[in-house]
Design a protein around this ligand. Structure first.
Ligand SMILES: N[C@@H](CCC(=O)N[C@@H](CS)C(=O)NCC(=O)O)C(=O)O
Length: 206
């Protein structure tokens, strides 16, 4: 059976678990990282020298980097719509996966760590305000993109929805001053109807 090493409350683990659930792939997930530790141990570092989760083990393959793992699962076990059949929508889905990493991930991480993992008296409020401003600008891009489609690359969900979709839960769940972005909200509500999303992403924020 495929193993995923990583705690369930990590956004990067959630990408992989949500994807696997959508594809109907059985996964044995092992709690590692955060409060569980273990990711600084030689046995784990031999699998991922970065000491980061998630790590996927599938037969002889050991793979890290959550977006790469999502692509691997879709290529190996998936089909349309999660792995778009044509190369053009597949490239567009991949583009939005990378866009999440290069744009949205940094401000969302600042907000998440401040509001969820830092005591109120220790928060850097100016840094949070700047991160909310930056994240709002990126979410506005998604909102405009979603004005013409139900999901990231069209009428059906794909791997392109996965990283941004995981972040969308946190964005709507955290106590931040969000701009009014109706297309983003409608898309997030569409994702929230999916049991694989609810079971693997809509978990308590800790
Ligand atoms: N770019 C990597 C980032 C991995 C990463 O930073 N994972 C975090 C959890 S979200 C981690 O390992 N943190 C240390 C820990 O959990 O102990 C990926 O997408 O997989």
């Amino acid at each position: 059976m495929i193993r995923v090493l990583g705690r369930a409350n990590s956004i990067n683990v959630q990408k992989v678990m949500w994807c696997a659930a959508e594809l109907g792939v059985d996964v044995d997930r092992i709690d590692i990282g955060g409060a569980y530790g273990g990711n600084d141990q030689p046995e784990f570092l031999a699998k991922n020298p970065n000491g980061r989760i998630p790590v996927l083990e599938d037969g002889d393959l050991t793979l890290w980097e959550s977006n790469t793992i999502v692509r691997y699962l879709c290529e190996t076990y998936g089909d349309a719509p999660w792995r778009p059949a044509d190369k053009t929508p597949r490239a567009l889905a991949s583009q939005w996966m990378d866009w999440y990493l290069t744009c949205l991930h940094a401000p969302m991480t600042v907000i998440f760590w401040a509001l969820i993992r830092t005591a109120p008296e220790d928060r850097d409020e100016a840094a949070v305000a700047k991160a909310v401003e930056d994240a709002s600008a990126f979410w506005t891009i998604i909102d405009a993109h979603l004005a013409e489609r139900d999901f990231i690359i069209g009428d059906a969900p794909s791997m392109g929805d996965i990283p941004v979709g995981c972040a969308a839960y946190r964005w709507h769940e955290m106590d931040v001053d969000r701009p009014d972005l109706p297309n983003l909200l409608a898309w997030w509500r569409r994702l929230s109807k999916r049991s694989a999303y609810r079971d693997n992403v809509m978990l308590p924020l800790t």
